[in-house]
Write a protein that binds this ligand. Structure first.
Ligand code: PLP
Length: 395
């Protein structure tokens, strides 16, 4: 059976050059903290990778902290920047207890913030418009003397909408409030420059940019002190205890190097594939709605509502034909609750349930789109013929 992978927002395959870099390093077993030759070899590999990750987002190598996943990077910033522990935050520099975020963040931002809310923090959950955009004026209005952190994602994993991060972060800086952006879906796809964007913290994750699972990074602007999430040894400037995942870090470094070299070319090609599928769906299938902003959107993401039927049924039928897609965020699937993102952009439950996310990557070709456009209309027609909601079936 032909296999077509259109779920790159959930995770990406390893890039061939990343695979090669891992294979070459399999014997590099030294502990990067050891002073001897074996350790120094591992240290050099970690330092080289740190430079490559930093270069991709225009940070300094010393501003990059390696972590295990995007979720950890988000937790490190949210808990670390708001931490009230007098050991790492002396009384006079204890942060305020108000956080601002949006209603469409990833669960790895929402849940640590909800946990802080239960511990007494005040939280402003900013609404978004029908495209998923945060309003900078609303955000500015929400800032108080107590605001310690604002966290707004760079691009949404479900609908692809790109937030005006530079504008939002500049407002935060004007008010001397720290600004974090979860750029897990954006790094390697958009031109990310932490200095130009004026962000204080940024999260990225290896497995969304053709490196393996189990490695990620947090950008923490020079001079900002946060409390560690994982306390232990002195690794990662004391901000993340635990012997470094040398192989994963080497892989992430290589993935960032490749992204820096190939990003522009890949993005242009992938955008054409996205547009080919979008236009094809609109031409061949009636009663569809495209979610997300028409232009400020990730080239890799196409979120589509097929009215009157369930996304789960479409996903399973496509999977049986060798096409892998998603019904919402990977983390949200497995529950029957409609996605919080789709509800936040104002969709009623029945439309949210009929949503499919196609997400593209460097391995996709025009044939993948042709095949999808060959198979999809028939599946939608058959499911609608069985649906009691389809107007044609209402007697
Ligand atoms: N943030 C966003 C926007 C994501 O899409 C994801 C993963 O889907 C994460 C964070 C979490 O990343 P990880 O899977 O590396 O923990």
């Amino acid at each position: 059976m032909r296999k077509t992978y259109l779920d790159n927002n959930a995770t990406t395959p390893l890039h061939p050059e990343v695979k090669e870099a891992i294979a070459k390093s399999l014997d590099l077993f030294g502990n990067a903290s050891s002073a001897h030759f074996f350790g120094q070899e591992a240290r050099k590999a970690v330092d080289d990778a740190r430079k490559k990750v930093a270069a991709l987002i225009n940070a300094k190598p010393g501003e990059i902290i390696f972590t295990s996943c995007g979720s950890e990077s988000n937790n490190l910033v949210i808990k670390g920047a708001t931490c009230q522990d007098v050991y790492c935050k002396p009384e006079e520099s204890r942060p305020g207890k108000h956080i601002i975020t949006s209603q469409i963040e990833h669960p790895s931002v929402i849940n640590p913030i909800k946990s802080l809310e239960r511990q007494g923090f005040k939280v402003t959950w900013l609404p978004v418009d029908k495209y998923g955009l945060v309003d900078p004026a609303l955000m500015e209005k929400a800032i108080t003397k107590q605001t310690v952190l604002i966290s707004i994602m760079t691009a949404n994993n479900e609908i692809g909408t790109i937030e005006p991060i530079a504008e939002l972060a500049q407002i935060a800086r004007k008010h001397e409030v720290y600004f974090h952006t979860d750029a897990v879906q954006a790094v390697g796809k958009l031109d990310i420059d932490v200095k130009e964007m004026s962000v204080d913290f940024l999260s990225l994750s290896g497995h969304k940019l053709y490196a393996p699972k189990g490695v990620a990074a947090t950008y923490i602007r020079e001079g900002i002190s946060v409390c560690p999430l994982l306390q232990g040894g002195h690794q990662e400037r004391g901000l993340r205890g635990g012997t470094e995942n040398t192989l994963g870090i080497i892989a992430l470094g290589k993935a960032c190097e490749v992204a820096m070299r190939d990003r522009q070319e890949n993005v242009e090609r992938i955008w054409k594939l996205r547009e080919k599928l979008r236009i094809g769906i609109l031409e061949k299938i009636s009663e569809v709605i495209i979610n997300g902003h028409p232009e400020k959107v990730l080239p890799t993401t196409l979120s589509v509502i097929f009215r009157y039927i369930e996304g789960e049924s479409i996903l399973l039928r496509l999977s049986a034909e060798g096409i892998a897609v998603s019904t919402g965020s990977a983390c949200a699937s497995g529950t029957l609750e409609p996605s919080h993102v789709l509800l936040a952009i104002g969709l009623p439950h029945e439309l949210a349930h009929g949503t499919i996310r196609f997400s593209f990557g460097i391995e996709n070709t025009g044939e993948d789109i042709d095949y999808t456009l060959e198979v999809l209309p028939g599946i939608i027609r058959q499911l609608r013929e069985m649906s009691p909601l389809w107007p044609g079936n209402i007697k």
